[in-house]
Each structure stands twice: as C-alpha cells, then as structure tokens.
Ligand binder design. Structure first.
Ligand SMILES: *[C@@H]1O[C@H](CO)[C@@H](O)[C@H](O)[C@H]1NC(C)=O
Ligand SMILES: *[C@@H]1O[C@H](CO)[C@@H](O)[C@H](O)[C@H]1NC(C)=O
Ligand SMILES: *[C@@H]1O[C@H](CO)[C@@H](O)[C@H](O)[C@H]1NC(C)=O
Length: 338
C-alpha cells in the first residue's frame, strides 16, 4: 500500500460506515428502545413507543399501565372489560367471588366451584371430605391424598402409601417408607453394605461391591468399564446403554431400545450402530440399526458397501472379485462369484 492510497481507503471506510453500519445501529437502537417499555406486546415498533400492551395492562401515552385489581383486560383504569378467575365484572370493576366459587357472575352466583366443592343451582357445596373434586355429594372425580378413586368413591390406600391408584399400588410412599424395587418398604436394601441405611430415607451409607444408587439397586457393570461411585457411574454408561434418570434425579443405565446400537441418547434414537450395521430412520422419531450386506464390513446410508469397498470387505479374499461384482451389483463390490 502506498501513501496515496491511504486517504482514499479512509474515506471509503467512512462511507461504508454511513451506508451499512449506521442504519443497522439506528435499527438496533429503535428496537432496543421498545424493550424498555415494560409489558408491551410488540417486539418490533415503527415508533419509539409501544402500540399494544400485554393482557392486564392498558396503553397511556405510550406506556403500559396496570389495569385495576382482578382485571385481566381493560381499556383504562376505570374501564375493565374482563376479569381474572375468581372475580366478576360490575360497572367496569372486578369484584372477588365468594371463596367457594372458581368463577362467578355476581356475588351470589357461582358458575364453577373451587376444589372440594360442587355446583348446584349456582351455589357451591362441600364435597365429601375424601374427595379432592366431585360432581355431587356422592360422586368424587378425584380423591384426597391417601385415597384412591373407584366408581366415583374414594377408598383408603394401604398405610405404606402417600398416594395410590389401588389399595397396595402406591404412586408415592408415605413416611417412613421408601421405594425398594417398586414396593414401599422400611427395610434397608440387601445391597447396602452390612444392610445399614438411613432410617428416614432408606439411603444406603455404602454399597456392596458392584452396586451403586440410593438403595444400591443398580449394577456397576453397566457403567463404562464397570466403574461407579456410590450414587452414579463415573463416566457414563457402557456401549449399548444410555443414562436414564429416576424421579429424584439420580442416574442409572438403561439398554438402548434398538438392537445392534452402541450409542443412543434415549430409548428411541440410536446415534451410532455397531460395525456391520447402518443407521436408518424407521419412523419419525425412531432411528434403528439395519444390517449391511454380509460381504460388507461397514456401510452407510444403505445396505451397500461404501464406494471404496475394497477396504471394507468382510472377507479379504473377496477383494479379488471386486471387478466382476461391480458389474453384477452395479453399485457394490466384494462379492464371491461362483
Ligand atoms: C375509559 O374508557 C371508557 C371507554 O372507552 C371511556 O368512556 C372513559 O371516559 C375512560 N375513562 C378515562 C378516565 O379515561
Ligand atoms: C441386590 O442385588 C441383587 C444382585 O444384583 C439383585 O438381584 C437385587 O434386586 C438387589 N436388591 C435390591 C434391593 O436392589
Ligand atoms: C431422543 O433423542 C433425540 C436426539 O437427541 C431427540 O431428538 C428426541 O426428541 C429424543 N426422544 C425422546 C423421546 O426423548
């Protein structure tokens, strides 16, 4: 670059800045300016003010202001047009319904009831106390904790359950019970070292060799190189297994659902197949492993060996026949010609 070129280059840069960068910055500025108007719906605005506010707010001189108490949409502070649940509209204001109503049209008439109440002639009446919800005094539609629903009636769960779907089918264990192999139990797992565990949670203090997990219920040999800590695998799960999580967030190893898969991120998606198989999407969210032709060592996309198949033959002797196979199969190779 010589001295004479330099001033030219500088003025070109300024021109470039005016033409390209400045409008972009102005655009950014006007777009970000709109973000400072709280509770504005618009993400893009031609002017510097807001033109539509979120529900529960109204526009006043370009700013979104809150509607009156209990109001879900309004035109201004004194004119509410719809109320939130548990409120009814009267003369542009929202008033609280009677506590037993979920929705109402005035202070006396409910149109839906709060949980534990049922509707009859605009009034909400108490359900039977075993019900969480009901349609009338005798018919529950959901039960209170420790009860399960059967033919509109709520029955008591076994004492070991906190919640259940049948007498002994707990969906959560009550105190001081914990889930041990699908049952609510107060026994320490037989896989805790010396069968010792915390007597309120059942967590093993230590596991017998080869076991890990809260109740030492998982096998270390499903971990990479069989290595596990007290509660989890040290570096994930071995081939053909993926990490699943329990309700309490603890990980354990589950088998990939697809046969011949070595790496999967969940039950339905295989990201790597074992040698001699290729990946194929078999339905919208299922990716399976399909076998390559037996004369291929590996293949991709189809059953056929890759184009450079000479290196990919399962039987090196077949390489001699590469040329003739090329004719026979058109695309493939590595074929024993009889
Ligand atoms: C509120 O809006 C209503 C309906 O648009 C209007 O009649 C009333 O005058 C407004 N009140 C105020 C204080 O702006
Ligand atoms: C303890 O380990 C054995 C052998 O692996 C297994 O069969 C059993 O289910 C485990 N028990 C518990 C409570 O996890
Ligand atoms: C399984 O994993 C794949 C890839 O990570 C993902 O796209 C898919 O949504 C997952 N499916 C389920 C059921 O979690």
């Amino acid at each position: 670059m010589n001295e004479n070129n330099y001033p030219c280059l500088r003025s070109c840069n300024i021109l470039l800045w005016i033409l390209l960068i400045a409008p972009f910055m102005l655009l950014r500025y006007s777009e970000s300016a709109i973000c400072y108007v709280n509770n504005c719906v618009s993400t893009k605005c031609s002017s510097m003010t807001c033109d539509t506010c979120n529900d529960g707010y109204f526009l006043l001189r370009g700013i979104c202001r809150k509607c009156s108490f209990g109001c879900s949409t309004c035109t201004n502070f004194s004119k509410c047009t719809a109320c939130a649940d548990k409120f009814y509209l009267q003369s542009g204001k929202c008033h609280r319904c009677f506590y037993r109503c979920a929705t109402c049209t005035n202070s006396k008439t409910c149109t839906a009831c709060a949980d534990k109440f049922y509707l009859q002639s605009g009034k909400c009446h108490h359900c039977f106390n075993r019900c969480a919800t009901c349609t009338n005094l005798k018919t529950c539609t959901a039960c209170a904790d420790k009860f399960y629903l059967q033919s509109g009636d709520c029955h008591l769960c076994s004492s070991v359950c906190a919640t259940c779907t049948r007498f002994k089918t707990c969906t959560a264990c009550g105190d001081p019970y914990w889930n041990l192999l699908g049952q609510c139990s107060s026994l320490c797992s037989t896989n805790c070292t010396d069968s010792r565990c915390d007597d309120t949670t059942g967590l093993c203090y230590d596991c017998k060799p080869g076991k890990y997990g809260q109740h030492c219920e998982h096998d270390c040999n499903l971990c990479t190189e069989g290595q596990c800590g007290l509660r989890q695998c040290i570096s994930g799960c071995k081939d053909a297994y993926y990490q699943g999580y329990t309700v309490s967030g603890n990980s354990y190893c589950l088998k990939c659902a697809q046969d011949n898969c070595i790496t999967c991120s969940n039950g339905t998606y295989c990201s790597q197949c074992k040698q001699g198989y290729y990946r194929k999407r078999t339905s919208t969210d299922v990716t399976s492993c399909i076998q390559c032709y037996s004369f291929c060592l590996t293949c991709q996309l189809t059953e056929l060996c890759p184009a450079d198949c000479v290196q990919h033959c399962s039987d090196p002797d077949n390489q001699r026949n590469t040329k003739s196979t090329h004719k026979i199969l058109g695309k493939s190779c590595c074929f024993t010609v009889k």
